[in-house]
Design a protein around this ligand. Structure first.
Ligand SMILES: [Fe+2]
Ligand SMILES: [Fe+2]
Length: 480
């Protein structure tokens, strides 16, 4: 079972020598700007670099150092910098980008003298308008044969294409998400009238959700942040479905199991249609009698599913999840079981998703929304006995510190929406800048706060869109 995201799994982290090579290279480039090549500090670092370089080149032949999207790779393995390293890297990377250098390869013929010439050529050229061709020419003039320059990876055209594709995927995610809400609504209306529920539509929408989430979970996750539905009952089911499927995908479920999980999540609260509408939509806190009524919905859900849905594997699993989704791992919750049988994996997944959405929306059982960070803290520390520890950890990882769709104020005084979490750096997610003090921006710009070039920007605080009159739904519906 893979807990790490695909993205993380693909990136192999560089070893000690690779780290040392880059750190020393950056130190040399920095030192060379202030002292000449006979300076003892420079010479010490230069010989250290050379020792590491020899070790690597003897082992692997050619060594490449590449910069791709603000990250540094040595031999195609990613370098993880500490904060000091990141500051150094940011300055150097900017400099390289200016002169159109996307990386270098070092080969066996590189010696100390060539290395020093190269360092000084690049360092002295920093801040100038030199272009890559002239640097290449100078390398050849100076007889530096052991180093060749790599261009900046030609991503412009690809990016334009993927930009279009990205917009299309976002649009599909939106259509799918809103469709899922109407499917739940239709099903609940049907069930309330005791008619047979046509599950073809539900299955179709669940399959679209699976495709979306398997491709990029973040678009769907962003949509779960919309809170201003007139009736949250239906959106609640869709949100629970998105969270549950995201976990299912990460658990490596096959398509059939994902499809069954999605259906179970979508119909987990269907028993509520058998309860008075006034109770479901009650704006005030529940009294004791309300709770007694409310706690019947899991059993009513089983009855509804068995009565109004065609009986098959899907409905059987959905019925079980409906029955168990409020039974905790410590057997607290409801319905109270005479025999303590552990709940099913689907039920455990849905229970976590359900609790998170209910608490953060403040629209399901408790009538006050609790900030997401507080809910996660509650779930992690106070509710650990209630949930499966492994699944809970996975869920917290998915949601992150700033869940996708959260509005945040950046240290640059700009307003941004979190678009995607970085699994290896949850406090620095990817964000979309949507406005500043002077108001909303016409063009949104996306930045990845975990990237070296954005080290200077941090998240100041979470902004409540309701309190600031910000229409999050409208922002999520924009294509850019
Ligand atoms: Fe429920
Ligand atoms: Fe629920």
């Amino acid at each position: 079972m893979g807990l790490v995201s695909n993205k993380q799994a693909q990136l192999e982290i560089a070893g000690r020598d690779e780290h040392a090579l880059v750190s020393l290279l950056f130190i040399l480039l920095k030192t060379a700007r202030f002292v000449d090549a006979n300076n003892s500090t420079y010479l010490t670092q230069s010989s250290k670099f050379y020792v590491v370089f020899r070790r690597l080149v003897d082992k692997y032949g050619k060594i490449s150092i590449k910069i791709i999207d603000g990250r540094v790779f040595v031999r195609d393995k990613i370098i993880k910098f500490n904060s000091d390293g990141l500051v150094n890297a940011t300055a150097i990377l900017d400099n390289w980008r200016q002169i159109g250098v996307g990386g270098i390869t070092l080969d066996d013929s590189l010696d100390n003298r060539q290395l020093d010439k190269f360092i000084y050529l690049i360092a002295k050229g920093s801040g100038t308008t030199a272009d890559r061709e002239s640097v290449v020419q100078r390398l050849s003039d100076l007889g530096i044969e052991g180093i060749s320059l790599l261009g900046i990876e030609q991503k412009t055209e690809k990016k334009l294409l993927s930009e279009e594709k990205r917009k299309l995927i976002r649009r599909t995610a939106r259509v799918t998400f809103f469709k899922s809400i109407s499917v739940v609504q239709d099903a609940m209306v049907c069930a309330a009238q005791d008619k047979e529920i046509d599950i073809t539509k539900a299955r179709r929408v669940v399959h679209s959700m699976i495709d979306q989430i398997s491709g990029n979970e973040s678009y769907m996750l962003q949509l779960t942040s919309i809170r201003d539905f007139d009736d949250h009952t239906y959106a609640h089911s869709s949100n629970v479905c998105v969270y549950s499927l995201t976990m299912g995908v990460r658990l490596g479920f096959d398509k059939l199991r994902l499809s069954q999980l999605g259906m179970a999540a979508l119909f987990h609260d269907i028993g509520k249609v058998r309860l008075p509408g006034d109770l479901i939509r009650k704006p005030d806190a529940f009294n004791e009698n309300d709770w007694i009524q409310m706690q019947r919905h899991p059993e009513l859900g089983v009855k509804t599913i068995l009565r109004n849905l065609k009986f098959d594997d899907y409905s059987a699993r959905a019925a079980r999840a409906s029955f168990e989704h409020h039974i905790n791992d410590d057997f607290t919750g409801y319905p109270v079981l005479r025999e303590k049988v552990p709940t099913n994996l689907f039920s455990k997944i849905i229970a976590i998703s359900d609790t998170f959405d209910a608490l953060t929306s403040g629209r399901v059982y408790i009538k006050k929304a609790i900030p997401t960070d507080e809910v996660l803290r509650k779930m992690m520390y106070q509710m650990t006995v209630k949930f499966d520890a492994f699944l809970l950890k996975m869920f917290v990882n998915i949601i992150g510190i700033y869940p996708a769709g959260t509005l945040v104020l950046l240290s640059s005084e700009e307003l941004a929406m979190v678009t995607q979490n970085n699994q290896d750096n949850l406090s620095r997610p990817q964000v979309k800048i949507i406005g500043d003090r002077s108001g909303p921006k016409k063009e949104f710009t996306s930045i990845d706060l975990s990237q070296a070039e954005h080290t200077g920007i941090g998240i100041q605080k979470i902004i409540d869109p309701g309190k600031h009159n910000i229409d999050l739904k409208a922002i999520l519906q924009m294509d850019n």
